[in-house]
Write a protein that binds this ligand. Structure first.
Ligand SMILES: Nc1ncnc2c1ncn2[C@@H]1O[C@H](COP(=O)(O)OP(=O)(O)O)[C@@H](O)[C@H]1O
Ligand SMILES: [Mg+2]
Length: 254
C-alpha cells in the first residue's frame, strides 16, 4: 500500500527542540489531522515533509507499490514532482498574476507544455467551483477565495498527497463548512492523502479519519476523532497555553 511516512523526525533550532522523534503516516484517500497548540511544531513538520526544512534526525519516505523512496535531502521542487504538494499558512499566491496563471505556472514548473498546463488549470478551477474567478488578479481576492486558489494550485499535476497548513484560519462557520466539503472531495474524488493542520478542532474532528496531536514537538496522542475528543492529555495540552485562542478548542473536546 502507498504511504508517506515520517520516521522519528527531529528538528532543533539553536537548542529549541521543535520536533522530537515524530512518527506520522499519511495514506491516499484518507484525511489525517495534525493539531496542537501554537508553537507545537505543526508547520515545522510540514516543512520537513516537503523539503523546506532539513531534519536533524529521522527520515521521510514515500512507499509505493513497487518501491520505498527515501525523500530525505531532496529539494522542495523534487518532492513536489514526486507527488507531494502543500499549501502555506497565508496562501502565498503570485499576487500580481491572474488566478489561472497561478495554476498554469505550477503545471509548467512540473514539466507540462503551456497548453496542457492551461487546460489543467482551467479544469481544476472548474472542479473547485471557482472557474468564474480565473481572470481575476490573485492579490485582489478575498482570502476565502485565495485559499481555494492555493489549494487548486497544489492539486495541479494530481499529487498523491496534499498537506494543508491552516486552510480555514479566520473563516466563518459557513466558510469553513464549504472548505470542509472541498477537502472531503479531494480525498474521495481525487484520492489524495490529505494532511490537515487546523486550529478549528471541531472541523478536524468532523473531517479526519485519524488525528495526530503535537505538543512542544512531541506526539502526545494519536487516534480516531472519538478517542481524541475524550483524551485528557489533549485537553491538558490546550489548557496549558493561551486561554483566549484555545477556549473554543476546549469547548469541542470532552
Ligand atoms: N526557522 C526557525 N528558527 C527558529 N525557531 C523556529 C523556526 N521555525 C519555527 N521555530 C520555532 O519552532 C517551534 C515550532 O514552530 P511551528 O512549527 O511554526 O509551530 P506551529 O505551526 O505548531 O504553530 C516554535 O517554538 C517556533 O518559534
Ligand atoms: Mg504553524
Amino acid at each position: 500500500m502507498s504511504q508517506l511516512s515520517a520516521d522519528k523526525l527531529s528538528v532543533a533550532f539553536a537548542g529549541l527542540k521543535a520536533l522530537s522523534d515524530v512518527d506520522l503516516t499519511i495514506t491516499p484517500g484518507q484525511i489525517t489531522g495534525l493539531i496542537g497548540p501554537n508553537g507545537a511544531g505543526k508547520t515545522t513538520l510540514v516543512n520537513v515533509l516537503t523539503g523546506f526544512q532539513t531534519p536533524t534526525g529521522g527520515a521521510v519516505s514515500l512507499n509505493t507499490a513497487s518501491a520505498k523512496l527515501n525523500l530525505s535531502g531532496l529539494k522542495p521542487h523534487e518532492i513536489r514532482r514526486r507527488g507531494i504538494a502543500r499549501t502555506f499558512q497565508g496562501g502565498r499566491l503570485f499576487r500580481d498574476l491572474a488566478v489561472i496563471d497561478n495554476l498554469e505556472v505550477t503545471g509548467v514548473g512540473l514539466g507540462q507544455s503551456r497548453s496542457k498546463a492551461r487546460a489543467e488549470a482551467a479544469a481544476m478551477l472548474d472542479w473547485i467551483g471557482i472557474g468564474a474567478l480565473q481572470n481575476r488578479i490573485a492579490g485582489t481576492l478575498p482570502y476565502t477565495d485565495e485559499r481555494r486558489v492555493a489549494i487548486g494550485r497544489a492539486l495541479i499535476g494530481k499529487p498523491a498527497y496534499i498537506l494543508l497548513d491552516e486552510p480555514a484560519a479566520g473563516m466563518s462557520g459557513p466558510e469553513a463548512a464549504d472548505l470542509a466539503a472541498l477537502i472531503r472531495r479531494i480525498a474521495a474524488e481525487i484520492g489524495c492523502g490529505v494532511l490537515l493542520i487546523e486550529h478549528n478542532v471541531g472541523l478536524v474532528l468532523s473531517l479526519c479519519d485519524h488525528i495526530v496531536v503535537l505538543d512542544s514537538g512531541v506526539v502526545i496522542e494519536t487516534g480516531d476523532p472519538a478517542s481524541i475528543r475524550a483524551s485528557e492529555k489533549v485537553r491538558h495540552a490546550y489548557m496549558g497555553t493561551a486561554a483566549e485562542t484555545n477556549l473554543p478548542v476546549l469547548e469541542v473536546l470532552a
